[in-house]
Design a protein around this ligand. Sequence first.
Ligand code: NAP
Length: 305
Amino acid sequence: MSIVYERVALIGLGLIASSMAHAMRRAGLVGEIVGYSRSKETRDTAREIGLCDRVEESAAAAVEDADLVVLCVPVGAMEAVTLEIAPALKSGATVSDVGSTKRAVIEAVRPHLPEGVHFVPAHPLAGTEQSGPTSGFAELFDNRWCLMTPVEGTAPDAIARLTALWTGLGSNVEEMDPDHHDLVLAVTSHAPHLIAYTMVGVADDLRRVTDSEVVKYSAAGFRDFTRIAASDPTMWRDVFLTNKEATLEILGRFTEELFALQRAIRTGDGEHLHDYFTRTRAIRRGIIEAGQDTDAPDFGRGGHG
Ligand code: NAP
């Protein structure tokens, strides 16, 4: 595959950035990978493992002369990082991100970018509960979606180039309206994470009562929840703070359904329960058939990191 960008700067060197670096190398898609992370510890680790060709001491130095800059920090940090890099961006460069919510990132980044710099927000729908520069692996994006949410007036060339990069990283790329993205993700990712956090919190409270039986006899359902609930607290705090409306809308619907199921249990309405579980089982089958998960009860994340 030929070079898509001569120089790519990764700002933030956690799970997603390090996976991008490995996948870019695997595909031979970029000339040079330059990295920056705010902590010395992360920068040193990145240097030790040779994650990038160069790790710089400031975000501004990292983006100098870069053709593509990818913001790989928590959504709540996007604005501050953009302010740091904006004066150093090369004219004609593309700025992108990998944030899990899109409207908030657009509002945080776009107003601060200089004229002549393209902005193409993106979100790879791939992850694990691990974080940091050593958690990445080249296969993370294989056969996963990468959703792009370009705003009106973005140069088609800039979108096409970033699409070529993500396709080369193994993803299937699709464009989506940012608000629609946030609603879809509230259903498929954000609300489920909150539910997992809650269930594990409830079990933790119980544990104090049952003296660690919850851990000792932990069954598959609960174990899967704990894996999700082990995800990075900063990242997920920012997701909920920046996708408030869509998440609250979905949680409202969730609560209504939960009450209906609760009533069915109380009144002994087995038919309601059986019908409901039959419907949900079919959805699971559809996801496996679409190649978005395996039959293993590990949220498709097993064996990595
Ligand atoms: P991660 O492994 O936790 O790494 C986070 C990176 O951001 C680190 O380099 C960290 O720097 C830096 N950072 C944290 N807080 C910062 C702040 N206040 N200012 C500047 N830099 C800061 O995170 P990740 O999983 O790669 O997530 C990065 C982005 O990808 C997030 O926007 C997230 O929503 C999105 N995303 C995540 C997943 C997933 O499943 N993990 C999937 C898709 C998209 P130091 O290490 O130097 O402190």
